[in-house]
Write a protein that binds this ligand. Structure first.
Ligand SMILES: [Zn+2]
Length: 160
């Protein structure tokens, strides 16, 4: 249920868009159009709007329950992440399944095909590769992933 949540993220909490995608959530991050565009997308696509702008939470569509909003309160990214994970009960089951740049789902990339596309030390140390078919970026579970995972674990644990 919660896994199916989809989001649209306001520029004022832009870094959360990346984190939502890391967790595997379908997340749009429109860079133009302002509040009206965010609200339009949220309504049209049934997406949860994530924003620091209290004004949006007063909109009619929100009051009538046509649209869901997470009103982020913290300045600090760690606090923002914690609030989001807690409020929406975000799951980590889709971790690292989506391209953080494009929002597309990643596809498994055979090691043999990754061979001439990643640095040799990466090929040696990794067995599993994923690829975004839109931007062709290749992902693997390096230390960067471990760090992000640790950060998300912290966000989850703090909610207990
Ligand atoms: Zn991509």
């Amino acid at each position: 249920m919660v896994k199916d949540s989809r989001f649209v993220v306001d520029l004022n909490v832009g870094r959360l868009a990346k984190w939502l995608r890391v967790m595997g959530y379908d997340t749009l991050f429109p860079r133009e159009g302002g509040d009206n565009q965010l609200v339009r997308i949220a309504l049209r696509e049934g997406r949860i709007l994530v924003t620091r702008d209290a004004g949006i939470t007063c909109r009619r569509a929100v009051r009538l329950g046509q649209m869901q909003v997470v009103h982020i309160l913290d300045h600090d990214l760690r606090g923002q992440l914690r609030q989001l994970v807690r409020e929406r009960r975000l799951s980590m089951t889709g971790l690292f399944s989506r391209c953080v740049r494009c929002n597309d789902l990643l596809h498994p990339l055979p090691r043999s095909e990754a061979a001439d596309r990643v640095p040799p030390y990466v090929l040696e140390s990794q067995s599993t590769f994923m690829e975004c078919l839109r931007c062709l970026r290749i992902y693997w579970q390096g230390t960067h992933w471990d760090n992000m995972k640790a950060e998300l674990c912290r966000a989850q644990q703090d909610t207990a």
